[in-house]
Design a protein around this ligand. Structure first.
Ligand code: UFG
Length: 342
């Protein structure tokens, strides 16, 4: 059992990870500023697991507040850092905001950790930092070439983590992991927690769900002329519960191991096109979902698929849930919670 601080634990990936961590017996203090999340997610995590967690409103940019969290809750064995902004389009319009929240927030957190003798951190990175890859599947050794400020901010925090880890021989006692997520989708199979985007969803699965619910009239498929088998964009979708399990095993691996910096892809290794994802969703819903093929979305790439071999070798972790389960669980959540947590 470990005592853990979870930043952004009320958000989509954070809340699912809290379920897995509580079920594994860990004790959690969650901080969140509720910018894109709400406390109800954590209440539902408690109901689902039959366990309690401590939840506090706090912003990772607020150093005195972070220090007070560390002071009041005693020693943490480790931190999982989800808190941050994640909308690619918004990051292009508001780059300074992304650098402030994602980069300065991470720096403030690392500083508070160092001041309190906590040197184990799992960081939410992203496959977005590979940009337009030279080839697929993408290994962790591929060049880092982010094409938007969101990706730049993730690359900067990875760089900062490396500097911290290398700041003295022997990693100065730091145990750090940067987890590069591919495309997380789906929801907890109970339908109690899931993704609750505000406004018009940017991402494919929430958009398909809302069209299937009749909240939106049609899905725009961005591009039918990509150099892919059916012309639509290919991604590596990963069930959020598999991703959550990946965090739990990473954290336990770090706590059991030597000081180190670990960089891992978390993906399935399988590519799915937009049209294949849509067809899978239609099979779950039992009817066709209106869509039309439109121009490519600026900034998109044809294909990103993970090489998940390192995570399998180091952690013994691999994805278990299928595309059909991603669709079924996401649809279940959407039907039970048409207004999200509100
Ligand atoms: N797409 C559509 N229509 C939509 C939305 C998306 O056709 O309405 C297509 C996109 O063009 C792309 C695929 O669906 O081919 C997936 O798009 P998403 O917006 O769901 O996801 P992205 O791959 O663009 O990016 C996501 C997250 C990033 C993260 C990245 C990791 O938004 O934050 O995955 O690979 F970094």
């Amino acid at each position: 059992m470990a005592r853990l601080l979870i930043t952004g634990g009320a958000g989509f990936i954070g809340s699912h990870t809290c379920v897995v961590l509580l079920q594994a017996g860990h004790e959690l203090v969650v901080i969140d500023n509720f910018h894109n999340s709400c406390p109800e997610a954590c209440r539902r995590v408690e109901r689902l697991t039959g366990r309690t967690l401590v939840l506090e409103q706090a912003d990772v940019r607020d150093g005195p507040r972070l220090n007070s969290v560390f002071d009041r809750h005693g020693r943490f064995d480790g931190v999982i850092h989800f808190a941050g902004l994640k909308a690619v389009g918004e990051s292009v319009k508001e780059p300074l905001l992304y650098w402030h929240v994602n980069v300065c927030g991470s720096r403030t957190l690392l500083q508070a950790m160092a001041a309190h003798g906590c040197r184990t951190l799992v960081f939410s990175s992203s496959a977005t930092l590979y940009g337009n890859p030279d080839s697929n599947p993408i290994a962790e050794t591929a060049p880092i070439r982010p094409v938007n400020p969101y990706g730049q901010s993730k690359a900067a925090v990875e760089r900062m983590s490396r500097d911290v880890a290398e700041s003295q021989p022997g990693c100065k006692g730091w145990r750090l992991a940067c987890l590069r997520y591919f495309n997380p989708v789906g929801a907890h199979p109970s339908g109690e927690i899931g993704e609750a985007p505000q406004g018009i969803p940017d991402n494919l699965f929430p958009f398909i769900s809302q069209v299937a619910m009749g909240e939106r009239s049609s899905l725009d498929v961005f591009g039918g002329d990509w150099p892919t088998p059916d012309g639509s964009g290919v991604r590596d979708y990963i069930h959020v519960m598999d991703l959550a399990a990946g965090h739990c095993v990473t954290l336990e691996h770090l706590l059991d191991g030597q000081p180190q910096l670990l960089t891992l892809n978390l993906g399935s290794g399988c590519g799915t096109s937009v049209l294949q994802a849509l067809a899978a969703f239609e099979r779950v819903v039992g009817r066709s979902i209106p869509h039309r093929i439109v121009a490519r979305r600026p900034g998109d790439v044809a294909m990103t698929v993970a090489d998940p071999g390192r995570a399998a070798a180091v952690l013994g972790w691999q994805t278990e849930r299928t595309l059909a389960e991603m669709c079924a669980d996401g649809w279940h959540w959407q039907q039970r919670n048409p207004l999200g947590f509100g």
